[in-house]
Design a protein around this ligand. Structure first.
Ligand code: UDP
Length: 324
């Protein structure tokens, strides 16, 4: 099959391209390289195009019939979305609309969409399943939820088949393939912990130690990017027999606190991690842990990276090789 991977030069998209190529599929990567990296496009052709520029978008569809689209392009920083909501709605909603219209023009009827745990807002239950109320508390989550709604409307109006996959905390890397998490301005916990361990960044700031959690720091559900790629492939199979718009939550179903992540990383790296207490970060819920029962049952998803140490070790293998 021929896949268009939008955002394939980015963190999760590059792991998707690797997975698809390993299964023998043809991959075309669409990316504007605003946050992605040319060197992360190792599988398939790169078309430099921007979802906000429909003319450039056409080039991605010009290289032969596309069977399905995987859509990873997005602005995805919660804090930034609060400061710059117009940019988030423009990139994430208007950009996606352009993509959907181009797909329609070219008769492409299958889409896997990167959604997020941020569509739920503050959790009202310990584990978050698909039926949990959706009340995003920031423009980032709201923009993704809007697209989910558009996909439901597109299913009834145009017969688009789609699956939104709501990632919890994507983590890990594939150092053997030379891909990992490389954001110009890194805000995520695991890369920041590993950079602090390597002395490539400042001491790690622990954002808030007064949350209602066992050690006072926030609890998150870390899921390996390769397991996310596996879920996308399964989602595609699912669409064969399930028309319409669907959504699944993807996480390991187990939460780890910021302090637990730091301790695990110190063990993996074999050194102390310099860290300091810092105020809470705006918009951070205390606990976010997925119930992925539905993804396991319906998609047959079975994450292989269930051990936090192994996830961190894969990221460490990649970070050690980088000259930040
Ligand atoms: N965090 C932290 N220091 C950092 C980065 C993150 O204490 O340098 C905390 C953050 O407040 C949150 C957790 O680590 O509680 C996970 O944050 P991340 O940005 O990795 O993912 P998010 O859950 O925001 O999507």
């Amino acid at each position: 099959m021929h896949f268009l991977v939008c955002g394939g030069a980015g963190y999760i998209g590059s792991h998707m391209a690797q997975w698809l190529a390993a299964q023998g599929h043809q991959v075309t990567v669409l990316d504007n390289l605003s946050t992605g990296h040319r060197e992360a496009v190792r599988w398939g052709e790169l078309v430099e195009a921007d979802l906000l520029d429909p003319a450039s978008l056409e080039r991605a569809f010009a290289g032969g019939r596309i069977d399905a689209v995987m859509h990873f392009c997005a602005s995805s920083l919660v804090g930034e979305s609060v400061r710059e909501p117009y940019a988030y709605y423009r990139n994430n909603v208007a950009g996606t609309l352009n993509l959907l219209e181009a797909m329609r023009r070219h008769g492409v009827e299958r889409l896997v969409f990167s959604s997020t745990a941020a569509v739920f807002g503050n959790p009202v239950s310990e584990l978050i399943d698909e039926d949990h109320p959706k009340s995003p508390i920031n423009p980032y989550g709201a923009s993704k939820l809007m697209v989910e709604r558009i996909l439901a409307d597109a299913a009834s109006a145009y017969g688009l088949r789609s699956i939104a996959l709501r990632y919890f905390n994507a983590a890990g890397a594939l150092p053997q393939h030379g891909i990992g998490e490389a954001h110009a301005c890194e805000t995520h916990l695991i890369p920041n912990v590993l950079k602090a361990a390597l002395g490539h960044g400042p001491a790690l700031k622990v954002f808030g130690e007064d949350y209602p959690t066992p050690d006072g720091t926030c609890v998150r559900d870390y899921v390996h990017v390769q397991d996310l790629a596996q879920a996308h492939a399964l989602a595609l199979d699912y669409m064969d027999t399930h028309p319409g718009a669907h959504a699944f939550n993807l996480g390991n179903g187990r939460g780890f606190s910021v302090r637990e992540v730091i301790a695990a990383a110190a063990e993996v790296a074999g050194r102390d991690i310099p860290c300091e207490a810092a105020p809470r970060r705006a918009g951070d819920p205390a606990v976010l842990v997925a119930s992925s029962v539905r993804a396991r049952r319906e998609l047959g998803w079975s994450p292989e990276w269930t051990d936090l140490h192994a996830i961190i070790e894969s990221a460490w293998g990649w970070h050690r090789d980088q000259a930040f």
